[in-house]
Design a protein around this ligand. Structure first.
Ligand code: PEP
Ligand code: MN
Length: 338
């Protein structure tokens, strides 16, 4: 159920609706919009009657939400949500949000050099894993807290905001302390305890699509986060498993317009993990921007041949700079600036 407040409804009227929902043992979610406030209701055990809400002062309407996911649905919030940061960067608005950096934090020098270069080319977010969820237990697992410290130093030097993966609930407080955005990786998309913990965190969350997740499963995973009260969630399409073996995964660019239709959450595309081959990354990055993505996440490494993870899909500094020149030309066509 969604309670739509009238334009100009007072704080007291909104509070009365929130109070009534709490009184009934359910959870209200206040969702401010450009013109009016909506209040989502979760935690109801059976279908709700709209009548009692419709009668309240300041309420324009109370309507059932037709989708299995509620808070992420565009029915609840007509405009795309914009996640903003104190330094002026944003995700979901007019700015194209570019996340760039190595797959894994390997050394201070590697990260600081990369951060400087990607910032100069127009990225506003630095990516890089300190806790790496590797397919093999023998592969490099990341520098852990030392890696987080390096990312924080790079932020201080360049002004880039940090987006790094949180792999489990135990390390959530540590990652939250250092990172500006909590990345939940594809392999953890349905780790429900982790999703709930992220829902209680104070930092925005980037939820990557699971390797074989449908769009509905993905949106329901985002709903887990939002249902706990963290409304600053973005989705990241990073390729899905198909029968095709010529590329690492198949980039589902359909997801960009489909998500735009179904949800108000910002949509980021990661062409690096999707195609997995360095020479194919720029094409798919350009295509993602043209498709209307709110952001790009791209792996960049000072020397991809020596990378400890995902070297074959990592762009060199020059290739990234060239991609950004193209992206800056494409973005205005879809109403973005880069
Ligand atoms: C990553 O971005 O570093 C990563 C591990 O990606 P994914 O979870 O999409 O595989
Ligand atoms: Mn990677």
């Amino acid at each position: 159920m969604l309670v739509l407040m009238k334009q100009g409804a007072t704080r007291a009227q909104i509070d009365a609706v929130l109070g009534k929902i709490n009184e009934l043992g359910m959870t209200p979610h206040e969702i401010p919009g450009a013109t009016r406030t909506a209040i989502g209701i979760t935690g109801n055990k059976s279908a709700l009657e709209p009548g009692p809400f419709q009668m309240m002062d300041g309420v324009a309407d109370a309507v059932p939400v037709s989708k299995p996911y509620k808070l992420v649905s565009r029915e609840v919030h007509a405009e795309t949500s914009v996640i903003t940061f104190p330094n002026g960067a944003s995700i979901g608005g007019e700015q194209l949000a570019v996340f760039a950096g190595p797959c894994a934090v390997e050394s201070r020098d590697q990260v600081l050099r990369t951060a400087e270069v990607v910032a100069k080319s127009g990225a506003r977010f630095l990516r890089g894993g300190a806790f790496k969820p590797r397919t093999s237990p023998y592969a490099f697992q990341g520098l852990k807290e030392d890696g987080l410290k390096i990312l924080a130093e790079a932020r201080q030097q360049t002004g880039l905001l940090v987006c790094t993966e949180v792999k489990d609930t135990e390390t959530m407080p540590l990652v939250e302390e250092y990172s500006d955005i909590l990345q939940i990786g594809a392999r953890n998309m349905q780790n429900f305890s982790l999703l709930e913990a992220a829902g209680k965190a104070k930092k925005p969350v980037m939820l990557k699509r699971g390797l074989s997740a449908t769009i509905q499963e993905w949106l329901l995973a985002a709903e887990y986060i939002m249902s706990q009260g963290n409304y600053r969630v973005m989705l990241c399409e990073r390729g899905i498993r198909t029968f095709e073996t010529a590329t690492r995964n198949t980039l589902d660019l359909n997801a960009v317009p489909v998500l735009r239709h179904l949800t108000h959450l910002p949509v980021v595309v990661d062409p690096s993990h999707a195609v997995g081959i360095v020479w194919a990354v720029p094409s798919m990055a350009r295509a993602a921007v043209a498709a209307g993505a709110d952001g790009l996440m791209v792996e960049v490494h000072p020397d991809p041949s020596k990378a400890l993870s995902d070297g074959p899909q990592s762009l060199t500094f020059d290739a990234f700079a060239k991609l950004m020149v193209d992206v800056k030309k494409i973005a205005p066509i879809v109403g973005k600036t880069a």
